[in-house]
Design a protein around this ligand. Structure first.
Ligand SMILES: NC(=O)c1ccc[n+]([C@@H]2O[C@H](COP(=O)([O-])OP(=O)(O)OC[C@H]3O[C@@H](n4cnc5c(N)ncnc54)[C@H](O)[C@@H]3O)[C@@H](O)[C@H]2O)c1
Length: 322
């Protein structure tokens, strides 16, 4: 069993990974500054309230705790905000990640799992996207993640720091009955926005463009259940523990669901009226983003359990109703 540090473990994905690791007997410590995280999501292990940029504090923590590995979720995640506020994104997602890597080197800690994103690919030139697809992010958020992936490869070659960069597509759903779920402030992700409309917390949900070359004219995205993502992190940890080398892995469902399908599924699951408003296209939205996760299945032996949109939306709805 390993002892691991989870940066950003009070956030959506990190808290689910914390739960999964703890249930499998690993010892966890969560580091979060609670800028976007929720104290009540640190239900497993111990919470250290600290900013990733606090190098002295981080060095002290790593020296005292003797971790086997780090799972690095902490960062800012909103694409639109990264376009308006790139400096904030470069400082936190790049600058603070480098501080973490430096502190790890100092502590002789040489395994890390990094939350990367499908946004490192940019506009798709082929679907499904596999890890060999060109890396050409089209926004600062995606560029900050790609810079850290590249740093991880360089640190691996020079210092022997081994890493798994996990490129998530759209994380969705919630662990049934666990009291954790998707709550970003402000919320920019489709499923929580649709469910907030179902709860009457917003008047409607915007559909950005219904004139794409897709079956119903709205964009197709790949939604992967957050519990399946969590399992992949545990497998990636085992992969590194068993001597696996630095690599990157897509994590997606492999099925594309359109914006309209998400809305109609949510209407069915919630039994509520959800008003949708068709608005002009948003700049930078690709018509289709669908993953090939064959590499994660082959190398990590990952077997995602949630394939249908209904069950993903149902687990999210259970959480949102609370
Ligand atoms: N949610 C998705 O669909 C998705 C998709 C692709 C990639 N990702 C990546 O996964 C990671 C987690 O995403 P999420 O949806 O859980 O986001 P989130 O905002 O819920 O969680 C991020 C956590 O990091 C913490 N944090 C941010 N900056 C920090 C700092 N400087 N010091 C300490 N803590 C800090 C926040 O307080 C928050 O708890 C992010 O790195 C994100 O880029 C998420």
């Amino acid at each position: 069993m390993s002892k691991v540090l989870i940066t950003g473990g009070c956030g959506y994905v990190g808290s689910h990974v914390n739960k999964c690791l703890s249930q499998k007997g690993h010892q966890t410590v969560v580091l979060d500054n609670l800028v976007h995280g929720h104290r009540e999501f640190a239900k497993w292990g111990r919470l250290v309230e600290m900013d990733l940029g606090d190098r002295a504090g981080l060095e002290k923590l790593l020296a005292a705790e003797k971790f086997d590995a780090v799972l690095h979720f902490a960062g800012y995640i909103a694409v639109g905000e990264s376009v308006r506020e790139p400096e904030t994104y470069y400082r936190n997602n790049v600058g603070n990640s480098l501080i973490l890597l430096a502190a790890m080197r100092q502590a002789g800690l040489n395994r890390i799992i990094f939350s990367s994103t499908a946004a490192v690919y940019g506009d798709p030139v082929q679907i499904p996207l596999d890890e060999g697809h060109p890396l050409a992010p089209i926004n600062p958020y995606g560029r900050t993640k790609l810079i850290i992936e590249q740093a991880l490869r360089d640190f691996s070659a020079a210092y022997g720091l081994r890493s798994a960069a996990l490129r998530y597509f759209n994380a969705a759903g919630a662990a049934p009955g666990a009291g954790i779920g998707e709550r970003h402030l402000p919320e920019t992700h489709l499923i929580p926005l649709v469910l907030e409309a179902a709860l009457g917390k917003r008047p409607n949900v915007s559909v950005y463009g219904a004139d794409y070359q897709t079956p119903d004219g709205t964009c197709l995205r790949d939604y992967i259940h957050v519990d399946d993502l969590a399992e992949a992190h545990v497998l990636a940890l085992e992969y590194l523990e068993q001597g696996g080398g630095t690599d990157c892995f897509n994590l997606g469902n492999g099925n594309g669901f359109s914006v309209q399908e998400v809305i109609s599924t949510a209407r069915k699951v919630t039994g509520r009226e959800i008003k949708a408003e068709i608005t002009p296209r948003r700049e930078g939205d690709a018509p289709r983003l669908i993953a090939s996760s064959d590499k994660a299945k082959r190398v990590l032996n990952w077997k995602p359990k949630y394939t249908g949109l209904d069950e993903i939306v149902r687990t999210a709805w259970e959480w949102h109703q609370r």
